[in-house]
Ligand binder design. Structure first.
Ligand code: TRP
Length: 335
């Protein structure tokens, strides 16, 4: 029996290069070794983008297209949508009995995400579902009895919290869930084009998987480089330069020569940017082509989502049967 993997994305918009190096590329490889479940976590959009609820449907579709275009394969893995799995809500409400408010408040990701939207997670004004969304995420993971959860480092506290919840469930109700472990990628987070922070849609500093070759070229040209390197012959400081960071993240084999040439004043920023754009465009060409193909075939996209979601419901119902049994909630003489 293959081990089970579960991971996914919030549909808050199109996915970008940071998602690609950070997780998507790895998911494509994991599919051959594991039984993978990929969740479009649309409830989670409501956690911090409540005002964007009207865009959820469109963004769910974008995320699916992004997944398909990078080579995540619904014939090998299960793609499904969180809000279409009623068992997730049922399990969330059960698991919510196994975690204290104090424990949720200690979750460092909740603290910093709350801070990002101007909320103090220690105050009672924090929304209940925001403070509690790690419980819903624990349900995502446990409903499918996942063993491994590949995520970025920022998500690690949620996986640890899930493990604690599973442990507590097993202790009280009997062995039901495997204890899941986070699988943290070794790729550091990509900076945005402006170099100041992480790549993100809200900061307008991202290159998207769905950008055309021309858009990508323009964005790379606008990227932040070493401000002390004004001319080609000035010695550069590659470690402060976004273009170097991207080159290293995507094409690590080439980056050593490039680093030496930049430092030695043998490589100018414009040539360096052109090199990066052309290599990125070569890498993304097949991804774009696949995207155009799937964009034109909405019947296919609908079919894979409906069959993935159906399978997820089936698996979820199997788990919930055991959960209800373990708790003593499987009685049904009244129906
Ligand atoms: N919180 C994750 C993110 O923001 C998305 C997500 C939802 C997830 N449910 C999950 C990731 C379960 C891993 C496992 O990217």
């Amino acid at each position: 029996m293959k081990q089970i993997i579960l991971t996914g994305d919030r549909p808050t918009g199109k996915l970008h290069l940071g998602h690609y190096v950070g997780t998507l590329k790895n998911r494509v490889l994991l599919q051959d070794q594991y039984d993978c479940y990929f969740i479009v976590a649309d409830y989670q959009v409501l956690v911090d983008h409540l005002d964007q609820h009207r865009n959820i449907e469109k963004n769910v579709h974008q995320v699916i297209l992004d997944w398909l275009s990078v080579g995540m394969d619904p014939n090998k893995s299960t793609f499904f949508i969180q809000s279409k799995i009623p068992q997730l809500c049922e399990l969330t409400s059960i698991l919510s009995m196994l975690v204290t408010v104090a424990r949720l408040r200690r979750n460092p990701t909740i603290k910093s995400e709350a801070q990002d939207v101007g909320v103090d997670s220690d105050k009672d004004s924090i929304v209940y579902g925001f403070l509690g969304y790690p419980v819903s995420q624990a349900a995502d993971i446990l409903l499918f009895k996942a063993n491994l959860v590949p995520v970025g480092a920022d998500q690690k506290p949620h996986i640890e919290q899930t493990e604690e919840i599973a442990q507590r469930f097993n202790y009280i109700f009997g062995d039901t869930f495997p204890l899941p472990k986070a699988l943290i990628g070794d790729v550091p987070r990509l900076s945005g084009l402006d170099g100041s922070s992480k790549m993100s849609k809200s900061k307008g500093n991202a290159i998207y998987l769905s950008d055309t070759a021309e858009e990508l070229g323009k964005k790379v040209m606008s990227a932040y480089t070493d401000p002390e390197k004004l001319r080609k012959t000035d010695p550069g400081h590659p470690l402060t330069c976004v273009v170097f960071q991207y080159t290293r993240a995507f094409f690590s084999v080439d980056s050593e020569n490039l680093e030496a040439d930049c430092r030695a004043g043998k490589l100018g920023c414009v040539s360096c940017k052109k090199l990066l754009s052309s290599k990125l465009n070569t890498l993304f060409e097949p991804i774009r082509e696949r995207r155009y193909r799937f964009e034109a075939d909405s019947d296919y996209v609908r079919d894979i989502i409906s069959s993935g979601t159906r399978k997820a419901i089936e698996r979820g119902e199997e788990t919930m049967g055991k959960v209800r049994e373990a708790i003593g909630l499987s009685f049904n003489k009244y129906f």
